[in-house]
Design a binder for this molecule. Structure first.
Ligand code: 5GP
Ligand code: ZN
Length: 219
């Protein structure tokens, strides 16, 4: 089934090019999502055979394993932030200010920080994954992609259906353990950036996401 297709990356990561597999080690494989829902969308696949078939909520009940996954997502978040800096650094006002200060003669005593792109990366899992092998999404916040084609694509990353890795371990009675899946995915659209509501008007949301994307990368 297509639901098993992430298994191939775990089994033989070395057979893929760098455009597919970002890196791999004994415990993890990081890949590019084939149908990205943001301008940068990676997946972290733990290779532990005792976990890979588990639902993330069950897998992450093992706190030792959870800490290992969290540590790896910190590494991948940094890597993803570096990728955003390469992609959008020249567009960003914060980065331009830093570069300008650096090249001033003499440079000022206090340099502007530059942009912390890690703040623009979200990391988490879906309450009801569609793919069978355990995977963690690591993506830029923009939700700007031509592959974002369906209303559920947007809401699966923009409602409590998306559970940030920082929220684990989940409390026993956390409502997200018992997702009213239909509820989350069918909710009215809310812009991730400005909070504006779009009802169920997907085309309008998509146009707005393009606007927000352009402004976001120029922050
Ligand atoms: P889920 O909804 O299960 O949390 O997300 C699964 C993710 O896997 C989706 O974002 C989807 O685009 C991605 N995906 C599905 N099939 C493949 C594939 O064959 N290769 C890669 N690299 N990603 C895939
Ligand atoms: Zn907005």
């Amino acid at each position: 089934s297509f639901r098993d297709e992430l298994g191939a990356y775990i089994a033989k990561p070395e057979t893929y090019g760098p455009d597919v597999v970002v890196y791999h080690n004994d415990d993890f494989v990081a890949i590019h999502d084939m149908f990205p829902k943001s301008s940068l969308h990676l997946l972290l696949l733990p290779r532990d055979q005792t976990k890979t078939r588990l639902h993330p909520f069950d897998a992450f009940d093992d706190t030792e394993f959870l800490e290992k996954v969290k540590a790896e997502t910190r590494t991948l978040r940094k890597l993803a932030a570096g990728e955003l800096r390469r992609k959008y650094g020249k567009d960003s006002a914060q980065e331009q200010a830093r570069q300008a200060a650096l090249s001033a003669d003499p440079p000022p005593d206090e340099l502007p920080q530059g942009r912390d792109w890690e703040e623009d990366i979200v990391v988490g899992v879906h309450a009801v994954p569609s793919m069978n092998h355990l995977h963690v999404h690591v993506l830029s916040v923009d939700r700007y992609s031509e592959r974002l084609k369906h209303r559920k694509h947007y809401n699966s990353f923009s409602t409590p259906f998306f559970v940030p890795i920082e929220d684990f371990p989940l409390a026993e009675d956390d409502v997200r353990r018992y997702p009213t899946e239909e509820g989350y995915l069918k909710r009215d659209f809310t812009c991730w950036r400005c909070g504006r509501g779009f009802g169920n008007r997907f085309a309008e949301l998509k146009q707005h996401l393009e606007q927000e994307f352009k402004e976001w990368k120029k922050l």
